[in-house]
Design a protein around this ligand. Structure first.
Ligand SMILES: [Zn+2]
Length: 145
């Protein structure tokens, strides 16, 4: 298999070549890696967190804070369906970004790993609570007490 030019080998070469190319491009375009946008923070932004432009610490802090706000907002189970869908999407997006950042090959201290796991747990619990609150709400009943 290694001797013949199998599809796997071609794919593999193509992948590593483009990977190298993007590293070179990044070095040319940005001499310094992106720094966290939080004031006074000098941590670097992992590639997976380029869109929020936050380091892992500040990203987890933001997610925790937002989850606490959503929890307060949804605790009575009267959240409109559209808003619930937004929240479900938010939870999935943040979970995906966090997982990518955590498994993207960056060396992480044990404390950081624990923080990431904790934030993932917060997201999972929030999702669970959301589903439970929605189930408690009787179908067709409008208004409240
Ligand atoms: Zn930061």
């Amino acid at each position: 298999m290694d001797v013949t030019f199998g599809a796997n080998i071609v794919l593999h070469y193509g992948f590593s070549a483009s990977g190298m190319l993007s590293i070179v491009n990044r070095r040319v375009a940005q001499p310094m890696a992106t720094a966290c946008k939080e004031k006074g923070c000098k941590n670097m932004v992992p590639r997976a967190l380029e869109s929020p432009a936050l380091c892992l610490v500040h990203f987890t802090l933001l997610v925790e804070k937002t989850c606490a706000e959503i929890r307060r907002e949804t605790v009575y189970g009267k959240t409109p369906h559209g808003r619930q869908m937004e929240i479900v999407q938010y939870i999935a997006d943040q979970g995906e970004m966090l997982t990518r950042a955590a498994t993207g090959g960056v060396v992480l201290a044990d404390e950081m790993k624990a923080r990431i796991l904790n934030t993932l747990l917060t997201l999972m619990n929030l999702r669970e609570n959301l589903d439970r609150a929605a189930m408690r709400q009787p179908v067709g009943r409008t208004g409240g007490t």
